[in-house]
Design a protein around this ligand. Sequence first.
Ligand code: AMP
Length: 278
Amino acid sequence: VKVVATAREVRAELAAFKRPQGLVPTMGALHAGHVALLRAARTDCELVTASIFVNPAQFGPGEDLATYPGDREHDLDVMEREGVDLVFAPATSEIYPEHFDTTVSVGRLSRRLEGESRPGHFQGVATAVCKLLAIFRPDRAYFGEKDAQQLLVVGRMNADLGLGAEIVAVPTVREPDGLALSSRNAGLTGEERVAALGLHAGLARAVKLRREGEGDAEVLREAMRAEMGERGVRVDYVSVADPKTLDELSELTDISGPALALVAGFVGKTRLIDNMAL
Ligand code: AMP
C-alpha cells in the first residue's frame, strides 16, 4: 500500500486512477469496524483510499487525545491486507497549517447529544472531513452507523456545501456479545469490559420493549437509563429520536415512522456511544 503525507501527493496519485474512487476516513487503531468500511469501499470502488489522522480539533480539553490508541504498523498492515490503494497519513500541520483560520460548522444537527456533551466536537469533525473531501474529491466516502450523529452531520455538510460525494453508511460491527467495536474499547479493564456491555443491553431492552408495542418514548429512555445504570455505566445521555433530524420523540406510533435509540456513557474513564434502530 502506498502511503503519502501531503495533499499534493494525494492529488498527484489520484489523477492516474479510474473512478469511482472511495475514501475511508479513520483515526487509526483499526479494528473490524474499520475493516467493514474498507471492504464496502473495496467492493464498490475502482480505487480505495483511506486516511489515518487523529484530529485534535474534535477532542475537547479534558478528553483523551493524548491517550488515544494507535499503532501505525498494525494499521498499515490492515490497510494492505484489505487492498487499500493509497493511505494518507498527514502530520497535524498538513491539515492545520500555520495561520489556519477556517472552520466548518453544521448547525442544528451538531448541537444535540454528542454536541451537547462534547462542545466543538462536530465542528472539529466537519472541518477535518470537509478538508479530506476537498483533497480527495472521492465519489464515495464511507462512515460507520456506530457514529450515527457524525454520519448525519457529515451528510448534511456534504449536501449543503455541494461537495459531491456519496456518503455511504456501513452497519455497526459488534463483538459476539453485542459490544460495538470501538478503538476506545482497548482502554477497558476486564471489569469495565463487562460493564461496557450495558450500552448494548440498554439498547436491546428498548428494541424489545418497542417490539412488544411500547410507544411511549420516555418509557424507553427510562428503561435504557435503568439497564445501563444497573450494569455500571455512568449514563451521559439516552435518546429516542427521529433518525433524520435527531429531534427527541415523545410518542412512537406507526404513523410517526422509524426511531433511533442512542446512548452514551462512561465506564471508568472511557466514554462510549452506541445506537440502534427501533
Ligand atoms: P474512528 O477511527 O473511530 O474515527 O472511526 C472511523 C470510521 O469507522 C467512522 O466512520 C466510524 O463510524 C467507523 N466505525 C467505528 N467503529 C465502528 C463499528 N464498530 N462498526 C462500523 N463502523 C465503525
